[in-house]
Design a protein around this ligand. Structure first.
Ligand code: NDP
Length: 284
């Protein structure tokens, strides 16, 4: 799997597994754990979760799947890159550390590789940064980053001394929402920070895009794979599609190895043009 470097040199797999909507329904728990475990078995190494998802349920599902996979010798902990997020209303100096402790407990881990502020709330960024730095100093998190930060927010963060340690920004970025390419992605590239693309298949919609599907069929792939491959063709981008169905998991993982020709990139761009002006960062 190709990796993208964070500013400290940590290697993030370019494609990971999203887990929003997991852990919401106890009757689906066993099937969801099996899906995440099967993802690990087929080669997924980055898993994205959050305290918000299923009110902690997603972290529990991920934790159970990791424990099973490690117990069965299918993967080592140090091969996995686990991402979780603190909710803005918890992101005070003390609250961030407490939220992280709860996430670690649910995940059954002693370290989260990348811990993100889910979006900016009312707690001063300086306090959140101080807590994140303390967590990193204690080794409870590997690195920290943010989510749903537009280019001005990144500049504000960077202006704080501690903000310079930010390792990544996770935002809504798909072929239907290419706004981040205008100024946010260039800003992140300049600062060596990966852009993690959430909802990269636009929550499943792009898999049904007829024109993309027609083009994909000529190449012997699917519309979803083409949508992911186009994002991953952008330097510094990591994509985290969510899937529980085995066929979806396999398709998406294979998209990480799909290299588009310049002609194919141009054809996708005619169907879903890149932005020509700054638009406010969209959020799901
Ligand atoms: P995605 O764009 O990843 O789409 C997920 C949906 O697409 C699911 O219904 C899935 O079905 C379906 N799907 C997946 N692969 C395929 C495929 N190859 N062909 C057809 N359909 C497919 O949407 P998400 O909103 O889930 O975003 C991904 C992840 O990003 C989230 O799970 C979460 O981890 C993160 N996220 C972060 C946010 C933030 O604020 N930081 C906000 C939103 C998301 P099925 O599951 O049935 O296989």
């Amino acid at each position: 799997m190709r990796t993208v470097s964070t500013p400290s040199g940590a290697a993030m797999p370019a494609l990971g597994l999203g887990t929003w909507r997991l852990g919401e329904d106890a009757s689906l728990r066993a099937a969801e754990v099996a899906a995440v475990r099967s993802a690990i078995a087929m080669g997924y190494r980055l898993i994205d979760t959050a305290e918000m998802y299923g009110d902690g349920g997603s972290e529990e599902v991920v934790g159970e799947a990791i424990a099973q996979a490690i117990g069965a010798g299918e993967v080592r902990r140090d091969e996995l890159f686990i991402v979780s997020k603190v909710l803005p209303h918890n992101a005070s100096r003390k609250g961030t550390e407490q939220a992280c402790a709860r996430s670690l407990q649910r995940l059954g881990l002693d370290r989260i590789d990348l811990y993100l502020l889910h979006w900016q709330g009312s707690h001063p960024l300086r306090d959140t940064c101080a807590a994140l730095q303390a967590l990193a100093a204690r080794g409870e998190i590997g690195e920290w980053g943010v989510s749903n930060f537009d280019v001005d927010d990144m500049a504000d963060l960077n202006a704080l001394g501690e903000g310079k340690a930010c390792a990544a920004n996770q935002v809504y970025y798909s072929l239907s929402e290419r706004g981040p390419e205008f100024s946010l992605l260039p800003w992140l590239r300049k600062h060596g920070q990966p852009l993690m693309a959430y909802s990269p298949i636009d929550q499943g919609t792009l898999a049904l895009d007829a024109e993309l599907g027609e083009m994909a069929a000529r190449r012997g792939v699917t519309a979803a794979q083409l949508a992911l491959a186009r994002l991953l063709a952008e330097p510094g981008v990591v994509a985290i599609p969510k899937a529980v169905r085995e066929a979806h998991l396999r398709e998406n993982l294979a998209a990480a190895d799909l290299v588009l020709t310049p002609e194919e990139v141009a054809e996708v761009d005619r169907l879903h043009p890149p932005p020509h002006r700054k638009t406010p960062l969209a959020m799901i």
